[in-house]
Design a protein around this ligand. Structure first.
Ligand SMILES: [Zn+2]
Ligand SMILES: [Zn+2]
Length: 255
């Protein structure tokens, strides 16, 4: 088993020494893929960005079968040049593609939702995700599809397949065309409603012919590594999907 989504001190919002991450993963008996944040042109200067030379210089000595080096790239279409240079010039094992910023605003902030109905806010978010997956050369797995449900301001925050079937189908089909994985992000799956909604989307992914999933805790602190993996395994089983991890940007089945 691998935790395929872990942030360490190179992520500006994480407090995790890589040695502590390794200690915890050894204790849990799982492998790790470090995926620090790289969000080019974030509206807060110097946030969610790191120096990839420093990252590889510092972390290369820890690299092993059980400790792989990846990155979580926040997609925006005006930074495709930087994103492609990053993936071409550095030997990442794994790249997660994520939507954190929509039309210039980080959807973590309530400003994104102000003056928008839930339908508008979620549709814009999913349209950006569709753009991301159409640029599928730079990533391996689509991060936290339900990210918006963590921070949106609406009473019912759920992302329902039935509300956007065409858009979600298009996203899933793009993933399939390029044989990409979808992530089960375990950080927020203690909530049954979130799990049930995501299972519907994952079953649709399976129905369309998809099979690869990556499982990641999105841990920003050592104690969150591997959190809720028991639930993730159940989801994988129920949806008949295959968990994979990536090394050298190639998928391998998780045992
Ligand atoms: Zn993320
Ligand atoms: Zn993350």
């Amino acid at each position: 088993m691998y935790d395929c989504h872990v942030h360490t001190n190179f992520s500006t919002d994480a407090v995790m020494d890589i040695r502590d991450a390794i200690r915890v993963s050894n204790k849990l008996g799982i492998g790790l893929i470090i995926t620090d944040h790289m969000d080019y042109k974030h509206h807060i200067p110097n946030e969610f960005i790191f120096d990839p030379d420093e990252y590889f210089n510092e972390y290369e000595i820890y690299r092993s079968e059980k400790l792989l080096l990846g990155v979580e790239i926040g997609f925006r279409d005006d930074s495709l040049k930087e994103i492609r240079e990053l993936k071409d010039n550095y030997p990442f094992d794994f790249i997660i593609g994520a939507i954190h910023v929509v039309n210039g605003i980080d959807i973590y902030y309530k400003e994104y939702y102000e003056g928008k109905s839930k339908e508008q806010a979620y549709e814009e978010y999913l349209k950006n995700m569709l753009l991301l997956v159409k640029h599928h050369d730079f990533f391996d797995s689509l991060a936290h599809m339900d990210y918006i449900t963590r921070y949106s301001i609406y009473k019912d925050k759920g992302l329902y397949y039935k509300d956007f079937p065409d858009l979600i189908d298009e996203i899933l089909k793009e993933l399939l065309i390029a044989d990409k994985a979808i992530e089960i992000n375990t950080r927020w799956i203690h909530d049954k409603n979130t799990v049930d909604n995501f299972i519907i989307i994952l079953k649709r992914f399976r129905e369309l012919g998809g099979k690869y999933v990556t499982i990641g805790s999105d841990a920003h602190r050592p104690e969150d590594i591997g959190v809720n993996f028991d639930i993730a395994k159940e989801i994988v089983y129920v949806c008949d999907l295959k968990p994979v991890y990536y090394k050298g940007r190639k998928p391998y089945y998780v045992k």
